[in-house]
Design a protein around this ligand. Sequence first.
Ligand SMILES: Cc1cc2nc3c(=O)[nH]c(=O)nc-3n(C[C@H](O)[C@H](O)[C@H](O)COP(=O)(O)OP(=O)(O)OC[C@H]3O[C@@H](n4cnc5c(N)ncnc54)[C@H](O)[C@@H]3O)c2cc1C
Length: 167
Amino acid sequence: MTTQHTETFDYVVVGAGSSGATVATRLAERGAGKVMLLEAGAPCERDFWVQVPIGVAKLLLNGKYVWKFSTEPQSQLAGQTIYWPRGRMPGGSSSVNGMIYVRGEPAEFDHWAELGNQGWDYASLLPYFKRLESVAFGEEAYRGRSGADPGVLGGGGEPQSIERRLY
Ligand SMILES: Cc1cc2nc3c(=O)[nH]c(=O)nc-3n(C[C@H](O)[C@H](O)[C@H](O)COP(=O)(O)OP(=O)(O)OC[C@H]3O[C@@H](n4cnc5c(N)ncnc54)[C@H](O)[C@@H]3O)c2cc1C
C-alpha cells in the first residue's frame, strides 16, 4: 500500500548519513524552515553490532546494514572489482565505520587552498574541527571543549580505548 503525504517542507535532505544528518540538524537549529530528512535504510543503528566499535566486521557483508556496492573493474588491479560497502541506516556509513577519529594534516588542507579552493586551508577549517570535539586534553587553541557530539573522542573528554568503549 502506498502512503501519500501532503505536508510541505522548505528543505528536503536526502540521506541521513554523516553529512545529511549534519546538514538537516544545522538547518533545524537555525530555524531555517521546515526540514525533512529522508533515509532509505531501515532504523537499525541501535543494533548491538552497530554499537560495538569492532562490530563493523559483523556488518559489512549484511545487506540489512550496508549497500553492497562494488567498484567498476580496476585496470590497475588486473581488472578486479573491489567490494565497497556503504552504510544503509540513520547514521549512514558512520554507523558501520571503524569509529576512528583522525584530524588531517594541516599541510594537506593548506595544499587544497593553494590549488584554488578558497576557505579549505587549515586555519579556516579549524573552528569546524573544534566544533566537533568535546575533549579535556590538548591546547585550547586547537581542541574543542564543548562540541555538539560528546561521543567524538569519548564522552569523558579523553580519548577512549576500544576496551572502554566495549565495557
Ligand atoms: C567500512 C567503513 C569504515 C570506515 N571507517 C571510518 C573511520 O574509522 N573513521 C572515519 O572518519 N571514517 C570512516 N569511514 C568513512 C566515513 O564513514 C564516511 O566517509 C562518511 O560516513 C560518509 O558520509 P556521507 O554523508 O557522505 O555518506 P553516508 O554516511 O554513507 O550517508 C549516505 C546515506 O544516504 C542514504 N541513502 C542513499 N541513497 C538514498 C536515497 N536514494 N534516498 C534516501 N537515502 C539514501 C544511505 O542509506 C546512507 O544512510 C568508513 C567508511 C566505511 C564504509
